[in-house]
Design a protein around this ligand. Structure first.
Ligand code: ATP
Length: 264
């Protein structure tokens, strides 16, 4: 069974269809990438799947359970976690505190317990701290736990966002451009990290502009253009598809490329 199944998803903003009849399924344990030119609807798709927007048309199922229209917090409790295109860190909190914010859905809301710091509350805090530290270790940031998040280099901040998402103990991780703004070395680190996360059994759905990253680590790639699915398949087949080349480079450039002599 697919861990994520999207059927006939659509939404319009002020009469303009940002997404139209989008359907796909993501098998468990994969790195599944969503690519497409600017404005194709990639972030809108994530916003629908993660409950930020309520869907107008279509259905979304996680592990066979219909989750259409559920709120982000409910989806998180079902094991779906996401990161955003722009950094959403608390820059004046420490790296560890940021990672611990991912633990909140696992903590009880017993206010009295927190006020008097009962043994149960203290045990819960200890467990959250240990788990958050383990997530920092996974992304190579355990040595920076006490540092202010805002003082980290950019690539480390992007990894901290992934650690915070991991701290929710997800089954399905939606990552919106995890390497955006990173240099080549930072991108490579994130690349390695995503492969490790997927190997540990967490399914990753990725929006990414960095084609090298997409081609290097994805099991499958879905191409969105103007709110619709253009094609879906294995990364190298997708990269060679003339319709994909045209969508990215424009018709003229695609023709010039097709007519150019091959030296291979
Ligand atoms: N809240 C909104 N209100 C109005 N229009 C929106 C809203 N969100 C997205 N859109 C429009 O929907 C379309 C798809 O936008 P979206 O941000 O999903 O594309 P994208 O593929 O993620 O683009 P990019 O690669 O530039 O991030 C665009 O035309 C955008 O202007």
């Amino acid at each position: 069974m697919s861990i994520l199944k999207v059927d006939g998803l659509g939404i319009a903003f002020g009469g303009i269809r940002a997404l139209d009849d989008v359907s796909f399924a993501v098998p468990r344990g994969m790195i599944f990438s969503i690519i497409g030119p600017n404005g194709a609807g990639k972030t809108t798709l994530f916003n629908l799947i993660s409950g930020v927007y309520r869907t107008a048309d279509g259905t979304i199922a996680v592990d066979g359970l219909d989750v259409t229209g559920l709120r982000p917090a409910t989806l998180a409790s079902l094991g779906l976690s996401r990161t955003f295109q722009n950094l959403q860190l608390f820059t004046r909190m420490t790296v560890l505190e940021n990672a611990m914010t991912g633990r909140h859905r696992h903590e009880t809301r017993a206010i009295l317990g927190h006020l008097v710091r009962s043994p149960a509350t203290r045990a819960q805090e200890r467990r959250s701290r240990e788990l958050a530290m383990a997530c920092l270790a996974r992304v190579g940031l355990d040595g920076e736990a006490g540092r202010l998040a805002g003082a980290l280099p950019y690539g480390a901040m992007k990894r901290l966002e992934i650690a915070r998402a991991l701290a929710t103990e997800p089954r399905l991780l939606l990552l919106d451009e995890p390497a955006a703004g990173c240099n080549a070395a930072e991108t490579e680190e994130i690349d390695r990290l995503l492969v490790e996360i997927a190997a540990s059994g967490i399914t990753i759905v990725l929006i990414e502009h960095d084609m090298k990253l997409v081609m290097g680590i994805s099991n499958r790639v879905l191409v969105l253009v103007e709110g619709r699915v253009l094609t879906e398949g294995e990364p190298h087949a997708v990269a060679r598809d003339p319709r994909v080349i045209e969508a990215y480079l424009g018709r003229d450039a695609a023709h010039r490329l097709a007519e150019a002599p091959s030296y291979a």
